[in-house]
Unconditional design. Structure first.
Length: 322
């Protein structure tokens, strides 16, 4: 029995483990591999349970992270006068402008554990953002950086998004970087240690008159990156920043409302959350053998267990009918 699960949320993860235990062949389609993104589950109340589930799945399921282009029946045409479950389901994915497919006996629609669309401009891309992302102009996401790469960076870096605590601390440890930090709150605990340290260096300078310390962390609370511009003669990326009047009234803000900064790198953190994936479906509205799982069922494991058992019984009925 081959089962395709469209999504990699907690519900999808549970069902994958359930059917793997029954020795079914399971392929999990999703935007982010749950086996490699375990930190997401630390925020859940049943974290220990989900960790054990992840461990159980390792090496037993197929994970496909390629974008789904469409779902369909494999061979059925309008003139075929047969039960629709006589035909398999086909999931078509896309990679490098080529299409690939895999066929299944059943499909289960869950949610994706995927990286949500996140823009430097906030709710939409900043001017020229797509251009520089596409060209990868010193543009990094959190998955692109390891400790070795981070330690080699020199110059100035802009940090945007739902940051990872450990990676942010590694960035702060690199004394060769000037850091421009964008966040959505007036106070940020990650920068508190740096601020205290910098104040101590200032006091020490005032007493000793030795080398004057240079600030290397700059904050931009609730500011928007409006545009990105690259000047070839200077080989740097210039960010135009703005804060609207309606927001500046509520923020203790010492920067200008419109300003430009020069940077060498961008580190863009993207949130990891459940989300619905959009793709083309050529199935019937009530397609036999295609099941949709409601979001949030993982909060009640008994209910999720009941759902899994109902699916199993339904699957077995189809095998006895055909």
């Amino acid at each position: 029995m081959k089962i395709g699960i469209l999504g990699s949320s907690l519900e999808a993860l549970y069902l994958a483990a359930y059917f793997v235990e029954l020795e079914a062949h399971v392929t999990l389609f999703g935007g982010a591999d749950p086996l490699e993104t375990q930190k997401y589950y630390q925020s859940e109340s049943d974290a220990d349970y989900w960790f054990s589930l992840l461990k159980k799945l390792q090496g037993k399921i197929v994970f496909n992270s390629d974008p789904i282009e469409r779902i369909q029946k494999s061979y059925l045409q309008n003139f075929d006068d047969v039960k629709r479950m006589k035909d398999t389901f086909r999931v078509v994915t896309e990679k490098n402008d080529l299409e690939f497919y895999e066929d299944f006996d059943f499909l289960i629609q869950g949610e994706d554990l995927s990286r949500l669309q996140s823009f430097l401009g906030g709710s939409a891309p900043a001017i020229n953002e797509k251009k520089y992302k596409k060209n990868e102009f010193n543009y990094y996401s959190e998955n692109d950086l390891n400790e070795e790469t981070l330690s080699s960076l020199k110059g100035s870096i802009a940090i945007w998004g739902d940051y990872n605590k450990e990676l942010l601390n590694d960035v702060l440890k690199n004394n060769s970087l000037e850091i421009h930090f964008f966040h959505q709150s007036e106070e940020n605990s990650f920068l508190l240690n740096y601020e205290n340290q910098f104040k101590e260096e200032i006091l020490r300078f005032e007493q000793t008159k030795e080398v004057e310390p240079k600030r290397r962390v700059f904050e931009y609370p609730k500011m928007n990156i409006v545009s990105l511009d690259y000047l070839e003669d200077r080989e740097r990326l210039y960010l135009t920043l703005e804060i609207p009047d309606f927001r500046s009234q509520d923020v203790h803000f010492t920067q200008k409302k419109i300003s430009t900064i020069a940077i060498d790198f961008i580190l863009h953190f993207r949130a990891l959350k459940p989300s619905s994936r959009q793709y083309n479906s050529f199935l019937l509205e009530n397609e036999p053998g295609y099941y949709k799982i409601e979001a949030g069922e993982w909060k009640n494991l008994d209910q999720l267990q009941t759902t899994a058992e109902k699916l199993k019984n339904d699957f077995l009925q189809y095998f006895t009918k055909l």
